[in-house]
Design a protein around this ligand. Structure first.
Ligand code: NAG
Ligand code: NAG
Ligand code: NAG
Length: 137
């Protein structure tokens, strides 16, 4: 792995900077589960990035509204969800980082939103984190 993103200094844990635990390998998140997604993305297609992170409660969709290798969410009764600039932001379900924002279909907020399922990559993530630091390129 050539480009491993790393912080340039130690993070200090505070009330607003915390560690997000990841799910075990292959853990699933049930349709109907309430989750949260937060990010600096736009509030509508073509809008401006937000000046502060915004958070929205979302619900894991039934499998027939998703794809086998994603976790998907939607918001009932109003238009909300991930939008431009939110790619890569975490989906937090039951206190675990179950997803990484990937894409949605159509205009922002129509749902469903598709997330990379972190649980399918947990062992790979641990392997990268535990590997010796990369040498000079
Ligand atoms: C965390 O605190 C240390 C010691 O005060 C400081 O040097 C460092 O810059 C801080 N890190 C961040 C990301 O603010
Ligand atoms: C995860 O699922 C894959 C595919 O079904 C399987 O090969 C692997 O052994 C599972 N790993 C764990 C830790 O459950
Ligand atoms: C979002 O969900 C959390 C936890 O379930 C709840 O405490 C909070 O009131 C909800 N916020 C909104 C705006 O619905």
């Amino acid at each position: 792995l050539r480009f491993l993103p790393q912080l340039d200094r130690e993070a200090n844990l505070t009330s607003s900077v915390a560690i997000l635990p990841l799910p075990p390998q292959n853990a699933t998140v049930e349709p109907g589960t309430g989750c949260q997604v937060a990010g600096w993305g736009t509030q509508r297609s073509g809008g401006r990035l937000s000046r502060f992170p915004r958070v929205v409660n979302v619900t894991v969709t039934p499998e027939d509204q998703c794809r086998p290798n994603n976790v998907c969410t939607g918001v009932l009764n109003r238009r909300a969800g991930i939008c431009q600039g939110d790619g890569g932001t975490p989906l937090i379900c039951n206190g675990l980082g179950h997803g990484v924002a990937s894409f949605s279909i159509g205009p922002c907020g129509q749902g469903p939103d598709f997330f990379t399922p972190v649980a399918l990559f947990r062992e790979w993530i641990d392997g990268v984190l535990n590997a010796p630091p990369p040498g000079p390129a």
